[in-house]
Design a binder for this molecule. Sequence first.
Ligand code: SF4
Ligand code: FES
Length: 246
Amino acid sequence: MSEKEIGKGRTLTFEILKYTPSDPESKPHFATYRLEETPGMTLFIALNMIREEQDPDLSFDFVCRAGICGSCGMMVNGKPLLACRTLTKDYPKGVIRLMPMPAFELLKDLSVNTGRWMNGMSKRVESWIHRSKERDISVLEERVEPEIAERTFELDRCIECGICVASCATALMRHDFVGAVGLNRIARFYVDPHDERSDEDFYELIGDDNGIFGCMALMACEDHCPKKLPLQEKIAFMRRKMASIK
Ligand code: SF4
Ligand code: FES
């Protein structure tokens, strides 16, 4: 089918995993839905139409519809993607299989608890500025060179969608692995001059196989990250720093 024909009156087939772990009667199964494609249709639009017109029980998450909140990650034909940024026209066969992201607690159907996972990761890597002095709010903040601020802001673009975790073989095998999102977070504080932690302090947090030495450099995190964060570069940077500690 040509690019022009796709999006004009095609019937799409959605196969969606349905399962409610908290309901003892519920059994995991795929439910099939058919839907007329409309121009510019995203998976987010399609899922809302399915829920409104065919299955009010279908569960999935979204907030912003704009790739900002990180709520709508799901497995699309085997790849973790943001549903609000994924166009149905990119699936020429018109068959789209949706599953919840692995590695996270499944709540219902496509809805997973990334919040609990991210909270655990944030505590594990102590995701806050560590300073010895109390901050004096009566004086002006210290000046930060623009290029240093840029380095921190770049890594702060993470939206905690969990896609790097769902695409990571280590995270699927090792449930305590902090994932690319956690290692990126550590790199963010490492380059921030406000944080007074030493290399040894960071080593205490991530110097093991559930941290920086667990990454097998398979690159799937960076391939799938919707914010195009330089994850492998930052992981390699932190690994070099941690490996050089005597
Ligand atoms: S690093 Fe990228 S893929 Fe991972 S949680 Fe952040 S934005 Fe999502
Ligand atoms: S709904 Fe917010 S990122 Fe998709």
